[in-house]
Design a protein around this ligand. Structure first.
Ligand SMILES: Nc1ncnc2c1ncn2[C@@H]1O[C@H](COP(=O)(O)OP(=O)(O)OP(=O)(O)O)[C@@H](O)[C@H]1O
Ligand SMILES: [Mg+2]
Length: 237
């Protein structure tokens, strides 16, 4: 349940969304990406209302996401997972090709293949393109999910606990990956329990507790906010 949560994400930033288990972080991402319809409220993306749009339309507009419970296409290779992620872009290309020049379709396909290879480089999976996605270790699956989301060329990427279950080395890799995505011009909403990552990467941190926003501000200010400390300690005790 979410209750009157007001969130403004500035372009070109990492905006963290934190809070105890069950505080509504994933629910908020589901509302933004269109998986869960909110009972009330408004949602704008790059100046236009998107409340009524279905999830795939939001993806086409540049809204990408990954899932807390990894949601890769089982039975598909690593490469195919990324190519499917590019579908919302390449299909438009194919349509153009059919109505105009057939050789365009081939060009589009080649471009998608090149782009997928680049994305696999970025997420350090270039050597595993032909492997079955579900056979990858967890940390690799999380990075593959990000590559698949990036294939749709998002301008806003929602990451739901991208470093969950990762060791310290893998977390450093995730930190670098998130920085690279940001440097590429993509804004990021980061749901993450690892406070090291949150503090290091975020421009703004929003804190949820029991579905409500209880604090928001710069990482250093939020971490010492009395309500935030209480929300975490209250749950852990
Ligand atoms: N579709 C739904 N309908 C009703 N309640 C839901 C729904 N989805 C989640 N909830 C409830 O809403 C609350 C928030 O859940 P949510 O998964 O968003 O928390 P979270 O902050 O992502 O937690 P975690 O850190 O454990 O991932 C929980 O109490 C959950 O049981
Ligand atoms: Mg969650």
């Amino acid at each position: 349940m979410l209750d009157r949560v007001d969130l403004h994400v500035e372009a070109g930033t990492v905006h963290a969304l934190i809070g105890p288990n069950g505080s509504g972080k994933t629910t908020l991402l589901n509302c933004i990406s269109g998986i869960v319809p909110p009972d009330a409220g408004r949602l704008s993306f790059r100046g236009a209302r998107i409340d009524q749009l279905r999830p795939h339309r939001r993806t086409s507009l540049g809204l990408g996401r990954t899932f807390q419970n990894i949601n890769l296409f089982a039975g598909m290779t690593v490469l195919d997972n990324v190519l499917v992620g590019a579908h919302c872009r390449t299909r438009a290309g194919l349509l153009r090709a059919w109505t105009r020049m057939p050789f365009r379709a081939v060009a589009e396909e080649r471009l998608a293949g090149r782009r997928a290879a680049e994305l696999l480089e970025l997420v350090v999976l270039a050597g595993r393109a032909r492997e079955a996605a579900e056979a990858l270790p967890l940390a690799d699956q999380r990075r593959l999910e990000i590559a698949r989301a990036l294939a749709a060329e998002p301008t806003l990427l929602l990451l739901d606990e991208p470093a969950a279950g990762m060791n310290a080395t893998e977390k450093r890799g995730m930190n670098a990956l998130i920085r690279a995505i940001l440097a590429g011009g993509c804004t990021i909403v980061l749901v993450e329990h690892d406070m090291g990552l949150v503090m290091d990467l975020s421009t703004v941190v929003t804190v949820l507790s029991f579905g409500q926003k209880i604090a928001e501000g710069r990482p250093a200010d939020v971490r010492t906010d009395a309500r935030v400390v209480e929300a975490y300690l209250g749950r852990d005790a």
